[in-house]
Design a binder for this molecule. Structure first.
Ligand code: S3P
Length: 425
């Protein structure tokens, strides 16, 4: 994919459905009584992996494009898969599904692509084992492939060393099946889509501060789930709208859950002209339309409790920082090293290639905004968010930017390049 400097971006777009919520809709729908109908489901490769894993466990799922219908098997109706459960590139499928598999009365094997085989799984193996499950890393490296022998589980309280919604959700999903209550305390609150959807499906879940507690469930009730637009996908057009001159973009129906909206707070603090319109709630999740206009930006420091609320947006924020006056410091973001790629190294090395003034730190990066980037050839490291962040950089850089393996955007935003073309003036 090749990109060059644009004169501006103007118009209205709707970004695809939220990835986190789409995954959870399939999983809870599969465990429910009755039929669940998910609209605006993300047809990205990661969420399709979740569908195929649950189909392999005997769940009837019909995917008609924008609408996905799941005939729930009930909490105890999953069947032993005859084959390995292939999660593709999806960390969310791996970790959340492991929480469910830990409680089944069968043995399963979970595996994925080369990137998944490097992602840390000890973070879920430890708490799920404490609950009574047997989870082995087949290559003995605390990574996939995992062999999960389900067992009767006991509720625990887990003090998670990291703020991770995938870890929290794996434990809470296992907690549906456990004897007694299961709770997780995190250092900071991570995205709470599991808790909100539990409530929507009739599960007894409480949250207080950074602790979420689930009671064992007798049944989940399926229904209609409308998936909001993914704020992580909207981010590329928020950032582009701010840094490409002469831009005005209205992004419709975007999820603005406070555990995900760090990008909006950061853009506003940097001086970005962003307005939320038409705020409302769908299927228990807050949403709004986001109006963004080209802006003069200033550098800021980003760290602490806001980090989990914008963790996937940091590569795009780095692009923003290159066009902000002064210094932007991103700290407390060491989790970036264990995403689809090492996003600290990859962002810093590639932005250096584009002549940015940027240095990596142990837990983030420091960027001096120069207001200037030079086009370069970008290796995506098969990381969708790297591809999209650098594609946006390509819209403001001098010369041509080439994104190698640019098709990796299909993981979370299949129509990404078409949407850029549609808005370009
Ligand atoms: C996700 C949680 C986050 C995020 C990922 C999706 C989820 O991961 O980076 O893209 O759906 O729960 P961590 O839990 O590893 O922080």
């Amino acid at each position: 994919m090749k990109l060059t400097k644009l004169k501006g971006l103007k118009g209205e777009i709707t970004v695809p459905g939220d990835k986190s919520i789409s995954h959870r809709g399939i999983m809870l729908g599969a465990l429910s009584e009755g039929t669940t109908e998910i609209t605006n489901f993300l047809q990205g490769a990661d969420c399709l992996s979740t569908i195929s894993c649950f189909q392999k466990m005997g769940v009837e799922i019909e995917n008609k494009g924008d609408v996905v219908t799941i005939k729930g098997n009930g909490l105890h109706g999953l069947k032993a898969p005859s084959d390995t459960l292939d999660v593709g590139n999806s960390g969310t499928t791996t970790r959340l599904m492991s929480g469910i598999l830990a409680a089944q009365s069968f043995v399963s094997t979970v595996d994925g692509d080369a990137s998944i085989r490097k992602r840390p799984m000890k973070r879920i193996m430890t708490p799920l084992s404490m609950m009574g499950a047997k989870i082995e890393s087949i290559n003995d490296n605390f990574c996939a492939p995992l062999r999960i022998t389900g067992a009767p589980l006991t509720g625990i309280h887990y003090d998670s060393p990291i703020a991770s919604a995938q870890v929290k959700s794996a434990i809470l999903l296992a907690g549906l099946y456990a004897e007694g209550k299961t709770s997780v305390t995190e250092p900071y609150v991570s995205r709470n889509h599991t808790e909100l959807m539990f409530r929507y499906f009739g599960v007894d879940v409480e949250t207080e501060g950074t602790t979420a507690t689930v009671s064992p469930a007798t049944k989940l009730t399926g229904g209609k789930v409308e998936v909001p637009g993914d704020i992580s996908s909207a981010t590329y057009f928020i950032v582009a709208g701010l840094i490409v001159p002469n831009s005005e973009i209205l992004i419709k129906n975007v999820g603005i859950n406070p555990t995900r909206d760090g990008i909006i707070k950061v853009c506003k603090e940097m001086g970005g002209d962003i307005t939320l319109l038409n705020e409302r709630t769908v299927s228990g999740e807050p949403i709004a339309d986001i109006l963004v206009r080209s802006s003069s930006l200033k550098g800021i420091t980003i760290g602490g409790s806001i980090i989990p609320t914008l963790i996937d947006e940091i590569p795009a924020i780095a692009m923003l920082a290159c066009f902000a006056e002064g210094t932007t410091v991103i700290k407390d973001a060491q989790e970036l090293k264990v995403k689809e790629s090492n996003r600290i190294d990859v962002v810093v090395n590639h932005l250096k290639k584009m002549n940015a003034s940027i240095e990596a730190t142990e837990d983030g990066m420091i960027i001096e905004g120069t207001g200037h980037l030079t086009g370069a050839t970008i290796e995506t490291n098969l990381d969708h968010r790297i591809a999209m962040s650098f594609a946006i950089a390509g819209l403001v850089a001098e010369g041509e930017t080439e994104i190698l393996n640019g098709e990796v955007v299909t993981i979370s935003y299949p129509t990404f390049y078409e949407d850029i073309k549609r808005l370009a003036i």
